[in-house]
Design a protein around this ligand. Structure first.
Ligand SMILES: [Zn+2]
Length: 463
């Protein structure tokens, strides 16, 4: 669908600057991803944080690293437009370890261009994407000497190890992060190449159950019928938690669910999807119970109870007539708005106490879900920015199936947060040969530029 909107002369000038500087931008992003910043192995992280502070400073932002108990946050700000709204751009400068190294066609930290793509660890996840945002800022400043709105840039150094400190950081520095809304350019656009806007994420709660009866494994003939079997204990307990028809039966666990709005249901139903192709790709004959739910409806608006692993007794070759003494299960529950890990885990614990009091319950914590209403004026601003920059209407996801810490912005900072990915769907993030299409990188710069323009032109300050 082509957009009928036209860029203003001010934005057109920025687009022309971007077009005229493509070679330099490409060279600079390749220089950036050349620096390893592997948080899991503490390789190069502090160095890249320092490099970013220099880069943000050269752009014309006030920049600093803010120490945490782990890797530092990088914070940049341009707030010279009193009365104008403030957008917070979040990204992360750490990357995944590159192994297995021999599966890379070119070394992970020697960025290489092949077939219209840049190959390097971190180019898609997430350095290339936030670098595109930074170049958008730079382009506005170069062309007009100012930005259309106020900007805060927050770049985290621990996203790839699960963002263990971002919630505390945001809570502690709430005042310094005061913005009207948050945009994260991370993840991938649709398979078809269509740009996307994501309004929410599911949360997660994890737990383990352990059953132990005898003090040691025993003979199933000499003790079977006398000694209780912990694997059966867990199987029976698990069967009280979910019916074969797919209904989760943990008492009270669904109390907090806010059902999707008509708008959200309609948006989910509009997303293009080929169910037969998806089933064929995974070798599936059927979808999970309950039947009768739409594909995205399942991923966006319903919690799940997944058995991640169930272990106990003998699993080796042949037979072994053993009656094991202990068994374990690990589970996760994907949460939808407005469930919380604390509440759900308390309900699971109470359920276990009631149905199998001799089973040990161990909480493994979780992450809150997040969902911004699709009627948000910021959603409309992002949509119009994408249309101006790319000439197409984006796909809008009310929620995504996976979990990201968006709640730190929506629930701790108290502002709307959106994910607007710039990378191609086959970016191979976390895998060998991570890549970003050069076209996606430039679309990202243009989209970032249009976003700043639209925020300045069409929004009132609320914070
Ligand atoms: Zn990642």
């Amino acid at each position: 669908m082509m957009s009928k909107e036209m860029a203003s002369a001010r934005l057109d000038a920025v687009f022309r600057h971007i077009d005229a500087n493509k070679d330099g931008f490409l060279r600079r992003v390749m220089d950036y991803v050349r620096h390893p910043s592997i948080s899991a192995q503490n390789i190069g992280v502090a160095e890249v944080a320092a490099l970013l502070v220099d880069m943000l400073g050269e752009l014309g932002l006030e920049a600093e690293t803010v120490p945490t108990a782990g890797h530092p946050m990088v914070l940049g700000r341009w707030e010279k437009k009193p009365g104008a709204p403030t957008i917070l751009l979040y990204g992360h400068y750490d990357v995944q370890p590159p192994d297995p190294l021999d599966a890379w066609l070119s070394p992970p930290f020697e960025p290489t261009i092949r077939d219209g793509r840049i190959y390097a660890r971190g180019i898609g996840d997430n350095k290339g994407q936030h670098f595109a945002q930074l170049l958008a800022i730079e382009s506005h400043l170069k062309v007009h000497g100012e930005l259309p709105c106020n900007v805060i840039v927050l770049l985290e150094g621990e996203e790839e190890i699960g963002s263990p400190r971002i919630a505390d950081f945001v809570a502690k520095h709430r005042d310094r992060l005061k913005a009207d809304f948050v945009v994260t350019a991370d993840g991938a656009i649709h398979d078809s190449g269509a740009p996307t806007i994501k309004y929410g994420v599911r949360g997660i709660a994890s737990f383990e159950l352990r059953a132990k009866h005898a003090s040691r494994d025993v003979h199933s003939g000499n003790f079977g019928g006398v000694v209780p079997n912990p694997v059966w204990t867990l199987v029976h307990l698990l069967a009280t938690m979910k019916t074969p028809a797919g209904e989760i039966t943990i008492e009270g666990s669904h109390d907090a669910i806010v059902p999707p709005t008509e708008l959200e249901l309609a948006a989910a139903a509009r997303l293009p999807h080929d169910l037969d192709a998806a089933k064929a790709k995974l070798g599936l004959l059927r979808l999970d119970e309950p039947a009768g739910r739409g594909y995205y409806d399942r991923l966006m608006f319903h919690p799940t109870l997944t058995i991640n692993g169930l272990h106990g007794g003998y699993g080796g070759p042949g037979m072994k007539t053993v009656l094991p003494c202990e068994a374990f299960v690990k589970c996760d529950i994907r949460l939808v708005e407005a469930m919380t890990p604390d509440d759900v885990l308390a309900k699971v614990e109470a359920h276990v106490k009631k149905h199998a009091p001799d089973v040990e319950f161990i909480s493994r914590g979780g992450m809150l879900p997040s969902r911004v209403p699709m009627t948000s004026p910021y959603g409309a601003v992002i949509r119009s920015a994408i249309e101006l920059a790319q000439g197409v209407t984006p796909l809008e996801y009310p929620c995504t199936g996976g979990s990201l810490p968006d709640y730190v912005f929506t629930k701790i900072l108290g502002v709307s947060a959106f994910v607007v990915p710039y990378a191609n769907a086959d970016e191979a993030n976390h895998a060998p040969n991570e890549n970003m299409k050069i076209d996606c990188f430039f679309n990202g710069i243009r989209t970032g530029a249009a976003l700043l323009d639209r925020v300045g032109a069409s929004l009132k300050k609320t914070s």
